[in-house]
Design a protein. Structure first.
Length: 276
């Protein structure tokens, strides 16, 4: 029950995110993904395509020492794709052309040229740029796009850099990166329940939730209010990480049972929205 969940920090990188031109769905997806693996996302930040900003934020993150740092965006062939340059500075690992990464890029452009999607398969400097990885990094096959993902294991923290295109990012996480994640996350289990409570006043609900949390501090309990009124129903979220998924499920179900008892005593109805 006292298992320590792997910790994660996420950095979404791109001027287009800060300008509001593109909505950052990658961070939300990664948060849900790692929570489902039994991890704990401690921080998520949006950064511009600025090497010094990336370097500074990653250095601060490395000082905090999470188990994983994930970046999304900034791996492409253009001049403003600067994520790996920032990673190189923050980690003291200079960029080097990686033979396997170069082969991945070459194979992709050969296939694109044969399909007529690009004029030729020549490995131009912008294309070769996508094969420049921090020293000691391993390329991760990208089955959709041209830029490989990057896996850089350090002494305390593993840095993973992913493309910003959501389909590419997900394909790498669920494909090439999956075996590594399985070894690092181990068998820790995650479980959650979402509840709907017949109560339009969160301040009335708060003491009951705090009482339950004091008895079960290992379970995360959060109410979410959107409005006031007699017809308003509040959502309550329960989640837990334990040594196995069975232990985690038992925890949230027990908390749900205790919460339902206390709510019933207070004359408040509860509905379970999802079941493990």
């Amino acid at each position: 029950m006292g298992v320590r969940p792997p910790t994660v920090e996420i950095f979404a990188i791109g001027n287009e995110l800060l300008l509001g031109e593109v909505v950052d769905t990658n961070t939300a997806w990664l948060c849900r993904f790692f929570t489902g693996l039994g991890g704990r996302v401690q921080r998520a930040t949006i950064l511009p395509d600025d090497v010094e900003e990336i370097r500074a934020e990653l250095e601060r993150s490395l000082w905090r020492g999470p188990d994983f740092i994930f970046t999304t965006g900034g791996l492409g062939p253009t001049e403003d794709d600067r994520t790996l340059a920032g990673v190189a500075l923050a980690t003291g690992r200079p960029l080097e052309e990686h033979p396997q990464a170069l082969q991945m890029v070459a194979t992709r452009y050969q296939a694109l040229a044969e399909l007529g999607y690009v004029a030729d398969s020549e490995l131009t400097p912008p294309r070769r740029k996508m094969a420049l990885l921090p020293q000691g990094a391993v390329p991760l096959a990208n089955p959709i796009g041209a830029a490989p993902g990057v896996l850089l294991p350090l002494e305390r923290t593993t840095v993973v850099c992913l493309p910003g295109v959501p389909e590419e990012m997900k394909a790498i996480v669920q494909g090439a990166l999956a075996p590594y994640l399985q070894t690092r996350f181990g068998k820790a289990g995650f479980a959650e329940l979402r509840l709907l409570v017949e109560c339009g006043d969160e301040s009335r609900l708060a003491p009951l939730l705090e009482e339950i949390h004091q008895r079960f501090p290992q379970v995360y309990i959060k109410s979410r209010a959107r409005a006031f009124g007699p017809e308003v129903r509040l959502r309550v979220y329960l989640s837990a990480v334990a040594s196995t998924s069975e232990e985690a499920q038992a925890l949230v179900k027990e908390v749900c049972r205790r919460l339902e008892e206390r709510l019933t005593e207070a004359g408040i109805a509860l509905e379970i929205l999802n079941h493990n």
